[in-house]
Unconditional design. Sequence first.
Length: 261
Amino acid sequence: MTVRAKKHLGQHFLTDESIAAKIADSLSLDGYQNILEIGPGMGVLTKYLLKKDKTIWVVEIDTESIDYLKSHYLHLSDRIINADFLKMDLSTYFNQEPLAIIGNFPYNISSQIVFKAIECREQIPEFSGMFQKEVAQRITAGPGSKTYGIISVLTQAFYEAEYLFTVPPSVFNPPPKVDSGVLRLVRKKDYSLPVDVSFFFRVVKTAFNQRRKTLRNSLKSFQISDKLKEDAIFALRPEQLTVQQFVELTKSLAEDGNRDQ
C-alpha cells in the first residue's frame, strides 16, 4: 500500500532516506521531551525521529496517510493526531509541556505553520523543517536583503533562524517545480519583547505593506507627531531596519500615543 499524493493538500512525498535522516538530525533534542511532526505522509521522516530518545507525535489531515501510518507504525498509533495543525490547540495534547516542531511542510501552508509556531512560542523552543527554498530564504534573510520582510522580522524577533541546506526536486514524489530548503529555528534565551507584541506585529506589517516607501510614508496611518518624524529612522525603508530597530520603532510609536489607533 502506498499513499497517493494529493495536490489540494500540497503533498510532495520525500523519497530520499539520507535527506530524511539529515532533517531528523537537525533538532538539538535539548529542553523538551515531545516532538510533533506535521504532515508525516508515509513516515519517511517519522522512522528516523522514532530512533530518537523522545516522545514522537504526528499530526496529519489526510486520512489515507493516517491509515498507512497506523498499519506500518503500530507503536505510534496512539500518538497519531487526525487534525489540521493550524487549528490545533497544543495544550489539548501537551498541556503546557514544551515540544519541538518538525516536518516536510506542505508548501501551500508553510508560512502559516511558522506564524502558528510564533503564536505558540512559549511552548515551542525549537522548530526545523523543509519549505520551498524561496520561503526558507525569506524566513532566514537579514536586513538589506530583497527577501527580508514581514516573516523574517516576526520570526527573528523570537528565534535564531538558520538556513541549513537545499534539497532538489528529484527526491520527491511527485517532484515540485522548485528547490526546497531546510531551516532550523531555535528560540532565543530571552524571547520577550519590551513592547506590546500585537502592536509590534502591526507596525512591522504596515511598514512592509509599502516596502519601497520610507517609513515616513508607509507609516502615515499612525498619525506620527512632527517631533517623532524628525527621527532619522523615518528616512529609512523597512528592509533597512534590524529586528531591534523595529522593536525601538514600536516603542517610540507607542510612546507617541499610537497604540490605540
